[in-house]
Design a binder for this molecule. Structure first.
Ligand SMILES: [Zn+2]
Length: 356
């Protein structure tokens, strides 16, 4: 901050008004108070500045003819130095920075780039995923399923009956859904992009009622209809896919995705996707005229299991009271609808078969 005596001309008369001038080099402005106690503050970039060895003249650009004159040599010297520096371009300033400032600048720049990347990654990877045709979902899903089944034994009987069960539920038309039950002590279930829903036998053992199975199926079906595994795969491999797209075309992207199909089974979804699948399940059950309370029961069953062990299903499906709460709230928003008793009966009947 620099101070000097100066003369102010109000542009109306030629009377000189002595004022105390303040120059703030950080804000790059000058300010002063006139005898009538009016505060004046002028940003220098909106003024005409003339600097001569013995005189500094600053005129406002607003056509009022207001002007400030300074004859204080020391003030003119400092003003000249700082004002010229203020006009230096940003890249010259960058070049003049010392080592520490450079480190700070580069770190700040990196944080900015990473933050922007994280912020726009879901949107960009979704955009990339949207150009991938549905056939690729089927191809990748099939590959992933085959690679998974090479390590597990299928429970053929339960698979047949569960598919019979699934056929009683109206599912979105754009996917062909099928269920595969595998023998395993893990409590787990997942869906693949081709509509295959894999249910582990132990998961089936934990389910006590058909409404809980409906909730599980609705959840997995919603993962497929919202393309959650394809979108997560695109997000995980975004940088790689994007570079490939720069040098090649969509078919290369499809090949890369297909090569990584085996990673689909262990993919964990974001909380946002899980919430979307839960709400999708509620919606699907409502459309089918089935009760939705099974969703809460299913989560309570899994919460109990969570206390004794951490099953695979939980590592890919985040649990917790919060999730139960938002689902209760969503169910509370539903308008009353007709329960299709006959359908419920039929499902219960098949459910009885599954439990044998
Ligand atoms: Zn899920």
């Amino acid at each position: 901050m620099y101070f000097s005596k100066a003369i102010y001309y109000d542009g109306l008369t030629s009377t000189p008004h002595p004022v105390e001038l303040k120059y703030d080099e950080n804000k790059n402005d000058i300010s002063f108070v006139t005898a009538d106690k009016i505060d004046h503050s002028w940003l220098l970039f909106s003024c005409i500045v003339e600097i001569k060895p013995h005189l500094l003249r600053i005129s406002s650009k607003d056509n009022t003819g207001q002007q400030i004159k300074v004859e204080d040599l020391q003030f003119i010297y400092h003003f000249n130095r700082l004002f010229q520096e203020g006009k230096v371009s940003w890249y010259t300033r960058l070049l003049r920075m010392n080592f520490l400032k450079w480190i700070l600048f580069i770190s700040g720049f990196m944080v900015l780039i990473i933050s922007l990347y994280m912020l726009f990654l879901p949107v960009l990877s979704d955009a990339l995923c949207s150009v991938i045709p549905k056939d690729v979902d089927n191809e990748i899903g099939e590959k992933s399923l085959n690679s998974f089944l090479s390590d597990y034994e299928i429970d053929s009987n339960k698979t047949v009956v569960l598919n019979q069960y699934l056929r009683e539920i109206k599912t979105p038309k754009n996917n062909k859904f099928k269920i595969i039950v595998v023998k395993s002590k893990e409590i787990n279930a997942f869906a693949l992009p081709n509509g295959s829903i894999v249910i582990f036998s132990e998961m089936l053992n934990k389910i006590k009622h058909s409404s809980q199975l409906n909730a599980l199926l609705g959840h997995e079906i919603s993962h497929v209809t919202h393309r959650h595994s394809m979108r997560s795969l695109c997000k995980n491999m975004f940088t790689y896919l994007w570079i490939s797209l720069l040098f090649s075309d969509v078919s290369t992207v499809q090949t890369i995705l297909a090569e990584n199909a085996y990673t689909l089974q262990s993919l964990s979804f974001s909380r946002e996707f899980e919430k979307e699948a839960d709400f999708g399940s509620i919606d699907l059950l409502r459309q089918n005229g089935l009760p939705v309370e099974g969703i809460i029961e299913l989560m309570q069953i899994i919460s109990v299991e969570q206390k004794s062990s951490i099953p695979q299903f939980l590592s890919t499906h985040p649990m917790g009271n919060k999730r139960i709460e938002y689902n209760k709230k969503e169910i509370g928003k539903l308008k009353p609808y007709m329960i299709q008793e006959k359908k419920v009966e039929k499902l219960n009947e098949i459910w009885g078969e599954i439990q044998k």
